[in-house]
Design a protein around this ligand. Structure first.
Ligand SMILES: Cc1cc2nc3c(=O)[nH]c(=O)nc-3n(C[C@H](O)[C@H](O)[C@H](O)COP(=O)(O)O)c2cc1C
Length: 352
């Protein structure tokens, strides 16, 4: 799972002149600003009215991702970039406002596996019927509604026409944001999996590793290269010692692929072009999943970056018998050793 900042859209749904919605949205943004800073959240307020979305006017079903209209593409980009949503909604005739239903209907995969919290307002029901109505729609889109909620009775928060909510409502709003962030992190693997390359074991998927993945990569390196240290009788192995900052630096420089399942990093490999050669390194599979072909699959993935290159180069410890067996069976042959440093360098000519 990435530790990057979360982007949370605060959607204000009402569009009537003189509507209460903007005041609720402003109060929410102000109330949540300190916790947003602590939780590494960028709160992005957006009035649905400003989007100027007409009633759904796309020919294709949203699941196709084929959008003919500029307003749809703009809305798709906004929702696609978000990690979660807080919907500020009134109750109109025991349900959600048509603006919200229309905005939801416009898109498909952009909503999927992201949390949604509600801040509702109304008369006696405090907008809760609008929320129940919206919940049954959003689950179809694979949006995940939160349990935490803010429900505001208008009669209790208006003082001389001004929106003055009491402290418990602010606490409830903070509860929504805290839960939203936790759920957004928990759902991140499902979101990634939807757009990633399927991996070799059920539920696994591969994606490019980024500098933000440094904590997970550091853990896998230390765990995997402990075996190498034992086999080769030395601790002088860089992946055993690299700090998360050093890992972050090479992740920015190398092309690295991670194999994941449910947010756990199962294995990895990195590649870099060096002149006419492709360097492959840091091939690792977590100890409990060895022998299932993950290493071979990662090696093939790495080699696919070698199109047009003269040689593919890699190295391993001279006593790393399992690594050597894998590399030799994949067509690598040892190069003459320039020094006796306990490392074997191997090369392969890529197939054309
Ligand atoms: C078309 C319409 C329908 C409404 N229906 C409900 C309702 O079913 N339940 C309720 O509690 N309030 C209802 N109200 C009152 C709204 O809760 C109140 O006017 C609120 O300020 C509307 O939000 P807005 O000002 O952001 O548009 C309705 C208001 C409008 C304009």
């Amino acid at each position: 799972m990435s530790t990057k900042r979360s982007r949370v859209l605060v959607l204000v749904c009402s569009t009537r002149p003189g509507a209460l919605g903007p005041a609720v949205g402003e109060w929410l943004a102000e109330t949540l600003a300190p916790s947003a800073r602590t939780l590494d959240v960028d709160l992005v307020p957006l009035a649905l009215g400003d989007l100027r979305l007409p009633f759904l006017d796309e020919e294709e079903h949203p699941s196709s991702g084929v959008y003919r209209n500029e307003h749809t593409r703009r809305w798709s980009a906004i929702v696609g970039e978000a990690d979660g949503f807080i919907i500020v909604t009134p109750e109109y005739n025991y349900g959600m406002p048509a603006t919200l239903k229309n905005a939801l209907d416009y898109l498909g995969p952009e909503w999927a596996w992201k949390p949604v919290g509600f801040v509702s307002y109304g008369n006696t029901s405090a907008g809760t019927r609008a929320v129940q109505h919206a919940k049954q729609v959003v689950t179809t889109l694979r949006l995940v509604p939160l349990g935490a909620t803010v429900a505001i009775r208008i009669g209790e928060v208006l003082e001389e026409g001004r929106f003055q909510p009491a402290a418990p409502l602010a606490e409830a709003a903070e509860g929504v944001l805290a839960e939203l962030v936790r759920v957004a992190h928990a759902l991140a693997p499902l979101r990634e999996r939807a757009s990633a390359v399927p991996g070799p074991v059920p539920g696994s998927y591969a994606r490019r590793l980024h500098p933000d993945d440094a904590p997970e990569v550091t853990v896998v390196q230390r765990c995997c290269w402990a075996d190498e240290a034992i086999a080769n009788g030395t601790l002088a192995i860089p992946p055993l010692h690299e700090s998360p900052e050093e890992v972050r630096d090479w992740l920015a420089e190398w092309q690295a692929t991670g194999l994941w399942r449910d947010g756990r990093l199962l294995g990895m490999v990195r590649t870099r072009r060096h002149g006419a050669d492709l360097e492959v390194g840091r091939l690792a599979v977590v100890p409990d999943l060895r022998g299932l072909g993950l290493g071979r699959w990662l090696l093939r993935t790495a080699e696919s970056a070698g199109e047009g290159c003269r040689r593919i180069l890699l190295s391993t410890g001279a006593a790393s018998s399992q690594n050597l067996a894998l590399y030799k069976s994949a067509g690598y042959t040892p190069l003459p050793a320039p020094t006796d440093d306990g490392v074997v360098h191997l090369a392969k000519t890529p197939s054309r």
